[in-house]
Design a protein around this ligand. Structure first.
Ligand code: SF4
Ligand code: SF4
Length: 222
C-alpha cells in the first residue's frame, strides 16, 4: 500500500486559512489502512480544525466526505457535488489522489492534508515499513523476495557491505540488515547460488530517474 502520514494540524490550518467553505475529502483505501485519511481521520480532523479555528475567532464551514479511492474516476465522481459547493478541497489521499482530484476539478484548489511517504506494508500493529521504491524493473526473484533497493540503507545490489552487527544495519541499528535477511532467506530457499552472479549497475531509467512514467495497456483502451 501507499503509506502516508497526516500533516500537522498547524500546517493544515495555515493552508486552509484563505477559504470560507472547505471540503475535507478522505480516501478509503491505502491512507485509511495507515490511519492517515480514512473516514475516522476525516472526522477527527474536521472536529480538531473546527475547534482550533473557532478559538482563533475564524469562521469556516467544513464539510466532510470519504470516497473509496481518490485515484479512480469512478469513485471521484461521487464527490463532484460536494466539491462544487465548496471553495477548496483538503484531500487526505496520497499525492496521486490529490493530483487526480485537481486534474478533474480544475477550478477548485486541492490542498494536500497528508505527507505521502512510501510503498510499504503493515509489518506489525502500528509499524509500517518501506518495501518498494517502484523502480520499474523488479529483481525480487534474485534476492529471495527482499528488496535491497528499498530496505538496504546503501541500496546495495551486491551486498552486504560488511558493516552489519548482530543482523542489524550499521547505518541504523534499529533496522534489520536487508542483506542479512536476503542471505538467510536464500539459504532457506536453497538459492544461495543467486549471490554468485554479479548484479550490474541498475538502469534507473525504469525508475523516476528516467522522467515521469506511464503504463499503457492497449488491451484496456476503448
Ligand atoms: S526491485 Fe524494484 S519493483 Fe521490486 S521491490 Fe525493489 S524497488 Fe520495488
Ligand atoms: S548493514 Fe546491511 S542494510 Fe545496512 S547498509 Fe550494510 S548491507 Fe545495507
Amino acid at each position: 500500500m501507499i503509506v502516508g502520514e497526516q500533516k500537522p494540524l498547524a500546517e493544515i490550518k495555515k493552508t486552509v486559512a484563505p477559504y470560507k467553505k472547505l471540503l475535507i475529502l478522505g480516501c478509503g483505501t491505502c491512507v485509511k489502512t495507515c490511519f492517515a485519511g480514512g473516514e475516522d481521520e476525516v472526522a477527527t480532523l474536521t472536529s480538531a480544525l473546527r475547534l482550533t479555528l473557532k478559538k482563533d475567532g475564524k469562521e469556516i464551514e467544513i464539510e466532510e466526505l470519504t470516497i473509496e479511492r481518490q485515484c479512480e474516476d469512478e469513485f471521484i465522481q461521487e464527490a463532484a457535488e460536494a466539491i462544487a459547493r465548496n471553495d477548496a478541497v483538503l484531500s487526505l489521499a496520497c499525492g496521486a489522489g490529490v493530483q487526480d482530484i485537481a486534474r478533474r476539478f480544475d477550478k477548485v484548489p486541492v490542498l494536500p492534508g497528508v505527507n505521502t511517504t512510501f510503498i510499504g506494508v503493515l509489518e506489525k500493529q502500528g509499524l509500517f515499513t518501506e518495501e518498494c521504491v517502484g523502480c520499474g524493473d523488479c529483481e525480487l526473484a534474485t534476492f529471495g523476495g527482499i528488496c535491497p533497493i528499498a530496505r538496504c540503507s546503501k541500496r546495495l545490489l551486491n551486498g552486504p557491505c560488511g558493516g552489519s552487527k548482530d543482523g542489524k544495519c550499521e547505518i541504523d541499528p534499529d533496522i534489520d540488515c536487508a542483506w542479512q535477511l536476503i542471505i538467510d532467506r536464500l539459504k532457506t530457499l536453497g538459492q544461495l547460488d543467486n549471490l554468485r552472479n554479479y548484479i550490474p549497475p541498475k538502469d534507473w531509467r525504469s525508475s523516476n530517474a528516467g522522467g515521469p512514467r506511464k503504463l499503457v495497456r492497449e488491451d484496456h483502451i476503448i
